[in-house]
Design a protein around this ligand. Structure first.
Ligand code: AP5
Ligand code: MG
Length: 224
């Protein structure tokens, strides 16, 4: 099973790049944020528990996330390849994932960090909109839809995320620096960490990620 992890701050482009990479490399895109928003929308017990944390930009407790990931991996089939977007986000989650992949005799191929300056991120997130039906990601500045407010793919209405207000974005960035940044060191020590410049156009970033994967020796497995 091939397993890539996209690490990176809120708004660094994880969702945008994960969709492109999943398509390009034939992997299943697994976003914990998207899953949680779906649980909130459906009003499940997990959704109700998670909502309070997400609204303020705090992290949902590790135990809830790890249970959710385990269920998802089993239901999606562990023999398929995955690209994780927004997971793991704490050292405890990374350790939990390590145990999970050990149990099934798999391994993590690479951990890719999309590096973007905080002020660029605030600008990106306060201009983001997302299709309420297919999840396509847009931006008022860098990637606007052909018809304002509607998705290019299915014409459904675009929505703003409730955690994209500037105040919540700044808290999400603080949480990221405090709790997720240590994973750079964690995965560097395991020889899995790749840092990629996340500035520039979406295509430029995608090319950098693919080049970086190829240069790191994952050429054959990543089909770059
Ligand atoms: P999650 O949904 O994962 O949010 P996030 O990490 O804050 O990241 P975003 O989805 O906001 O940004 P992104 O990096 O995907 O960027 P995007 O491609 O959209 O998590 C939300 C919440 O859920 C968390 O706060 C937490 O509460 C909870 N949660 C989730 N996972 C958890 C976990 N593992 N543990 C605990 N809690 C968890 O791009 C952003 C914008 O920029 C878009 O408008 C896009 O069009 C634009 N853009 C993208 N690339 C470029 C580019 N190259 N140039 C210009 N614009 C660009
Ligand atoms: Mg995202």
């Amino acid at each position: 099973m091939r397993l890539l992890i996209l690490l990176g701050a809120p708004g660094s482009g994880k969702g945008t790049q994960a969709k492109l990479l999943a398509e390009r490399l034939g992997l299943v895109h697994l976003s914990t944020g998207d899953f949680l928003r779906e649980e909130v929308r459906r009003g499940t017990q997990l959704g109700n528990q998670a909502n309070q944390y997400m609204n303020t930009g705090e992290l949902v407790p590790d135990v809830l996330i790890l249970d959710m990931i385990k269920t998802r991996l089993v239901s999606d089939g562990m023999n398929r390849g995955f690209i994780f977007d927004g997971f793991p986000r704490t050292v405890a989650q990374a350790e939990g994932l390590g145990r999970l992949v050990d149990e099934v005799g798999a391994g993590i191929d690479r951990v890719i960090n999309l590096a973007v300056d905080d002020e660029v991120i605030v600008g990106r997130l306060t201009a983001r909109s997302t299709c309420g039906v297919c999840g396509a990601i847009y931006n008022d500045v860098s990637n606007s839809p052909r018809r304002a407010g509607f998705c290019d793919k299915d014409d459904a209405a675009l929505v703003r995320r409730s955690d994209d207000s500037e105040a919540v974005v700044r808290n999400r960035l603080n949480v990221y620096h405090q709790l997720t940044k240590p994973l750079e060191e964690y995965y560097s020590r395991k020889g899995l960490f790749l840092k990629v410049d996340g500035h520039g156009t979406t295509d430029q970033v995608l090319t950098r990620v693919l080049t970086s994967l190829a240069a790191s020796g994952t050429n054959d497995r990543a089909q770059v």
